[in-house]
Design a protein around this ligand. Structure first.
Ligand code: FES
Length: 352
């Protein structure tokens, strides 16, 4: 791929043609603040927080939608740029509920982080406040549109990543907010609750219900593993606090899925600590299930399989395997069915 050479804050860097100024800067460790930009989405240049100076270019272009061209000279941190970013942040907090003490996203909120970095005061602009009710009509997440900064990440994720197109902006001007068609409720929409919108929200407008009050961002240890739900094999991060799983997020480096998951992988982790979870085999005795040892259970299954094979022949047995098992487990089951039981009657729930 052809390369272009640009100079950013005095450092010369070569980047592939088509690279944005924002990505070029980040590739050499220069951090430019960005609210509406998300690496998994097509840039739109909406929030203007990522503005930079480019020699021979008028005004301050948004770096996320400005493409590097040969010889470009860029500055990312001049007093003029800092002032512009600070003003944008002051305008955003003018109608933002400043409840960072109790906000679930505190410590993981880009608006909070940038306001701190740019020394933003909350009372520069006295703005009208929104007073939307909390949208709590679905089982998985809460929408607090009072905290929405209208970056559009949720809308673009639903369209570009998930392909559902459930969300779009409703209304205009100060009343603009993302939501389902005709500003109805999420439960009345065709949302499948994959939670991808929650994943990309940079502030506390979208938060997962089950996590509320369970742990701050900085208290959570992320443990990489594979989703147990199907054979797709998404890489997930168990969000663990004090030895307990309090959430699941997609692993950004996961080859299959990146940061995005389906509803089961994202929200279906409560079974881990469920008191209804089977932890020991059960054998029916006198019409009642009773706990048994693994030796007892496997011996019983083996004797029943043997008995059936002798009485009715190997083809009287059929085996169903599961996408929840690993490839290795499914291979073993196939071997066991064909070589030990002696039948080809084996099938898999995800075969089609
Ligand atoms: Fe570039 Fe929002 S991050 S305009």
């Amino acid at each position: 791929m052809a390369l272009v050479t640009v100079t950013i804050d005095g450092l010369t860097v070569q980047v592939p043609e088509g690279t944005s100024v924002l990505d070029a800067a980040r590739s050499i460790g220069i951090n430019i603040p960005a609210l509406c930009h998300d690496p998994d989405l097509i840039p739109v240049g909406a929030c203007r927080l990522c503005v930079v100076e480019v020699e021979n270019m008028r005004n301050l272009p948004a770096s996320c939608v400005t493409i590097c061209t040969e010889g470009m000279v860029i500055r990312t941190n001049t007093p003029q740029i800092k002032e512009a970013r600070k003003t944008i942040l002051e305008l955003l907090v003018a109608n933002h509920p400043l409840d960072c003490l109790t906000c679930e996203k505190s410590g993981d909120c880009l608006l909070q982080e940038y306001c701190y970095e740019y020394g933003v005061k909350s009372d520069i602009f006295k703005g009208e406040q929104h007073d939307y009710p909390l949208e709590d009509d679905n089982p998985f997440y809460i929408r607090d549109m009072n905290k929405c900064i209208v970056c559009g990440r949720c809308i673009r994720t639903c369209e570009e990543v998930v392909g559902r197109n459930i969300l779009d902006f409703s209304y205009r001007g100060f009343k603009t907010k993302p939501g389902p068609f005709m500003d109805t409720t999420m439960s009345a929409s065709d949302c499948v609750y994959c939670g991808s919108c929650v994943t990309v929200c940079p502030v506390g407008a979208l938060v997962e219900k089950e996590r509320i009050g369970k742990g701050r961002h900085w208290e959570i240890e992320k443990v990489k593993t594979v989703c147990p739900y199907c054979g797709t094999g998404c890489t997930i991060d168990l969000n663990v606090k004090d030895g307990k799983v309090i959430g699941v997020t997609g692993n950004p480096d996961g080859d299959v899925n990146g940061r995005f998951l389906c509803v089961k992988g994202r929200f279906g982790y409560e079974f881990i600590d469920s008191d209804q979870r089977l932890k020991k085999p059960l054998i029916k005795k006198d019409g009642e299930f009773v706990e048994a040892s693994w030796d007892e259970a496997t011996s019983l299954v083996a004797s029943k399989l043997q008995e059936n094979k002798e009485k009715n022949g190997p083809d009287s047995t059929a085996v169903l395997s599961s996408a929840r098992c690993t490839n290795e487990e499914n291979y073993l089951l196939s071997k066991f069915t064909r070589a030990v039981i002696g039948t080809n009657n084996i099938d898999h729930c995800a075969r089609l």
